[in-house]
Design a protein around this ligand. Structure first.
Ligand SMILES: Cc1ncc(COP(=O)(O)O)c(C=O)c1O
Length: 282
């Protein structure tokens, strides 16, 4: 994984078929890409609009869906370097889609741009994003300090599941000097917790980001070091617990993100109308 972060990684030459040449950039000419370096302080809409755009395999304006579970590796030495972490998705080397998948990675880059984080990775649900982050940040005997105002599933995870399964306990209180994880499910683009100092942002994409009440999905947005550690082949919570997003779902969602800003404006407008009516009736 490039240290520059997932959302401004430039993918280079393709490693198939017939050769695992890691230096060439002459293969897959149709796979155009543009690299941008969004300022994490710009507003979410601008950051999203300027995030890297992936074109389709045949030059299509939309990216192709990489529906493969597993990927070809032509040279044994390349396999060794991939497992040693020397070659990775930043150079277009993929092993297996529970680890990294190009289509899911594309959506993840969009999520990182949206939240102003160095990196992100999308998961099969909001709960899997939340539980994986907590399991990656805490060890057995660890302690979580949480707000009282939590989504019910997260509350149950903290008060019942994690204490029983992992000896991780929770205090519903406020403290300092700890990693701050914020669930931004209900305020994407309206509020940017990472731009305001949070360490990690989690999402249930199943709500406003999806917008159609037809998909269950989630995301973890945070420093590249955290996302990389979650994808580690030996210690990564996402890699080893396997809450993997399907590439077809990732493609579907990445087509919806460009109009999230317009939808959020309308949601805010409707919420204001509703609140005003409630106030007038009171
Ligand atoms: C604020 C919030 N966070 C997390 C979740 C869990 O997300 P999912 O249902 O995608 O697992 C929900 C689901 O309702 C939610 O409302």
């Amino acid at each position: 994984m490039a240290e520059a972060g997932l959302h401004n990684v430039v993918l280079q030459g393709k490693n198939r078929p017939g050769s695992d040449d890691t230096d060439g950039d002459d293969f897959m000419v149709a796979k155009k890409s543009m690299a941008f370096h969004p300022n994490p302080w710009e507003d979410p809409a601008a950051a999203l609009a300027s995030s890297r755009h992936e074109f389709g395999e045949h030059g299509g304006v939309n990216m192709s869906i990489e529906a493969s579970a597993t990927f070809t590796v032509m040279e044994p030495e390349t396999m060794r370097r991939m497992f040693a972490g020397e070659l990775g998705p930043d150079r277009d080397f993929f092993i297996y889609s529970r680890h990294f998948n190009p289509t899911v990675l594309n959506l993840s880059r969009q999520m990182a741009a949206l939240e102003g984080t160095e990196a992100a990775y999308c998961t099969s649900s909001g709960m899997s994003a939340i539980s994986s982050v907590l399991l990656q940040l805490c060890s057995s005997g660890g302690h979580v300090v949480a707000s009282r105002w939590l989504y019910g599933g997260t509350h149950a995870l903290l008060t019942h599941f994690l204490p029983r399964a992992c000896n991780i306990t929770t205090t519903i209180a406020h403290d300092k000097g700890v990693k701050v994880v914020v669930d931004n499910t209900f305020a994407p683009m309206v509020l940017s917790p990472a731009r305001l100092g949070a360490d990690v942002v989690v999402h249930s994409i199943s709500k406003y980001i999806s917008g159609g009440a037809d998909v269950i999905a989630g995301a973890v947005c945070g420093p590249a070091s955290l996302v990389n550690s979650m994808m580690d082949l030996h210690q990564g919570a996402l890699m080893l617990l396997g809450p993997t997003m399907n590439a077809k779902v990732a493609f579907e969602l990445s087509e919806r993100l460009p109009h999230l800003g317009l939808r959020m404006k309308e949601h805010c407008h409707r919420a204001l109308v509703y609140a005003t009516r409630m106030k007038n009736w009171a």
